[in-house]
Design a protein around this ligand. Structure first.
Ligand code: HEM
Ligand code: SF4
Length: 507
């Protein structure tokens, strides 16, 4: 039995809540190794890199947030942190630097604005990713955010779902623009239509067992299942419980649902699911979608005429308390207070009337969080890096920023819209294996000296046709041991090679 399974057997993850008052009084040094892991069930992360200073991950289903939440998070970051928070690629927010005796106060403030940190780490269903402009974009088959909420409400705080063999990633989307990395998820519900009793109906096709990480990228397997929106949350719950009951629990690096799907194959997986549900499943419908991928950055018309959303790039997802307050003000002044988070660590201010757009575009914050960023900043994603993650071999966030800022100045001419993703170690939290340009931090020996370096991966791809989600491609490790000092020049050459002839590819 692996260590984490033993911890779970000894005491359930959520039960560590009872120990919090004691740890608050007696200090973080008294937290046992098992409880350090269990705290992640509550969304509280001991950070080996900053002992005594914790990280909290907030669950933001579908990336739907608002100005009140941003003000609360800004306040918490100022009062207990270092005045910043991180937006993540699962549309969540990570708070940092608070101490264990401050957790109750932070939870109180979060609860007041409808936020929880429950089950955001370890063997739980992680933040459900959905299209950030669900319900707004004209380019969706239907608004799937209700299904996200319904599934979220089933498992959050429900002990039946808190002892999975490993982490569990889900996306549920009706967007036609492939914005949620469907191929990489344990469950992917993507838009599809099907004829039922002579009528065409909207719903989802279902794929399972996608993953990324140190064992490599594995695209989700199509289950040949169509599900109606009203049945979809239940279906996701049953798949989750199927994984709980049958997923492998031996070596931690072989416990993701991908390994169960590989062992069983799609046919058996489907049959076992039908047994659980006690009814036959419909075969897949026709996938619906465009063959491009959108990041929802820029200013776009919504389906309701006269309204727009503004997708703003937050460089490497790091946002200061001051910037959060400013985003909240802009959302209240120009929109209806809603703020949406994207799967590329960026944010969106929706519901801006046509007549307010010119004033919004003149706001100073839009010079920092640009709706019209350069191609090398637009698709930039970075994992946490060395300041806060002990796995990191390089300081990803600052290197990513510095490198892209250099490239912004040095590369001229038309560039394609690029995803440039940085991970500080092979755990691949920065999604480097499915990016146009992926950078993986490492230590390398150059002229007898150990230096910070990267391997450069090229040509990764996440589903470019909605529904046809088995066509993701792993990026190929193309250059190895590039010292970080030489990176700007090396990437200049890579970009020159990628520069497309036709202007049609330009951002
Ligand atoms: C054994 C493998 C892994 C380990 C040990 C690991 C570890 C971590 C750690 C320590 C953090 C938080 C760092 C911080 O900000 O303080 C993190 C965050 C994150 N990781 Fe990983 N990771 C692993 C695999 C992956 C994989 C395969 C993915 C998917 C590509 C992933 C996606 C993420 C994301 C999206 C976050 C940000 C938080 C969120 O929204 O969930 N991780 N990971
Ligand atoms: S990729 Fe590695 S360095 Fe980056 S956050 Fe994940 S575990 Fe930490």
């Amino acid at each position: 039995m692996n260590k984490i399974e033993a911890y779970k057997e000894e005491k359930k993850g959520l039960d560590v809540k009872d120990d919090l008052p004691r740890y608050a009084t007696e200090g973080w040094e008294t937290i046992s190794d098992g409880d350090k892991e269990r705290l992640k069930w509550l969304g509280v992360f001991f950070r080996r890199q900053t002992p005594g200073h914790f990280m909290m991950r907030l669950r933001i289903p579908n990336g739907f947030s608002n100005s009140a939440q941003f003000r609360a998070i800004a306040g918490i970051s100022s009062d207990f942190g270092k005045d910043f928070a991180d937006l993540t690629t699962r549309q969540q927010i990570q708070l940092r630097w608070f101490q264990i005796d401050e957790v109750q106060e932070i939870w109180g403030r979060l609860e007041a604005v409808g936020l929880v940190s429950l089950q955001t780490g370890m063997d739980n269903v992680r933040g459900i990713v959905g299209c950030p402009v669900a319900g707004l974009t004209p380019n969706e088959l239907f608004d799937a955010s209700d299904v996200v909420r319904e599934y979220n409400d089933i498992f959050v705080g429900n002990r039946e779902f808190t002892n999975l063999p490993r982490k569990f990633n889900v996306t549920i989307t009706g967007c036609l623009d492939n914005c949620t990395h469907a191929v990489t998820q344990d469950i992917a519900l993507t838009p599809a239509v099907r004829i039922i009793s002579g009528q065409e109906v909207n719903g989802f096709n279902v794929a399972v067992g996608g993953k990324q990480g140190s064992g490599g990228f594995r695209p989700a397997t199509d289950l040949d299942v169509f599900v109606l929106p009203r049945d979809a949350a239940d279906l996701c719950s049953e798949i989750t419980l199927l994984f709980r009951d049958h997923g492998p629990r031996e070596a931690r690096n072989k416990c993701r649902m991908a390994f169960l799907v590989d062992e069983w194959g799609a046919d058996r997986f489907r049959a076992e699911l039908e047994l659980r549900l006690r009814h036959p499943l419909l075969t897949a419908g026709s996938p619906v979608g465009s063959d491009t991928k959108s990041d929802h950055i820029g200013i776009h018309h919504q389906k309701e005429s006269g309204l727009n959303y503004a997708g703003l790039v937050v460089p490497v997802g790091r946002i200061t308390a001051g910037q959060m307050l400013e985003v909240a003000r802009l959302a209240d002044t120009y929109g209806n207070g809603e703020i949406r988070l994207t799967a590329e660590q960026n944010l969106i201010i929706p519901n801006v009337p046509d007549e307010l757009l010119p004033a919004l575009e003149l706001e100073p914050l839009l010079a920092e969080f640009r709706p019209d960023p350069s191609p090398v900043m637009r698709g930039l994603v970075s994992c946490t890096g060395i300041d806060y993650c002990h796995f990191a071999l390089v300081d990803t966030k600052s290197l990513a920023l510095k490198t892209s800022q250099h490239l912004e100045k040095s590369v001229d001419g038309v560039l394609p819209a690029l995803s440039i993703n940085w991970s500080g170690c092979p755990n691949a939290c920065g999604n480097h294996t499915v990016a146009d340009i992926g950078l993986l931090g490492k230590k390398a020996r150059v002229d007898g000296e150990v230096v910070e370096a990267v391997d450069i991966f090229l040509g990764g791809r996440v589903a470019e046709a909605a529904g046809v989600i088995t066509d993701g491609e792993s990026a190929v490790r193309t250059l190895e041991n590039v010292p970080c000092d030489e990176l700007p020049e090396t990437l200049e050459k890579v970009l020159a090679a990628l520069k497309p002839a036709p202007a049609a590819l330009a951002v």
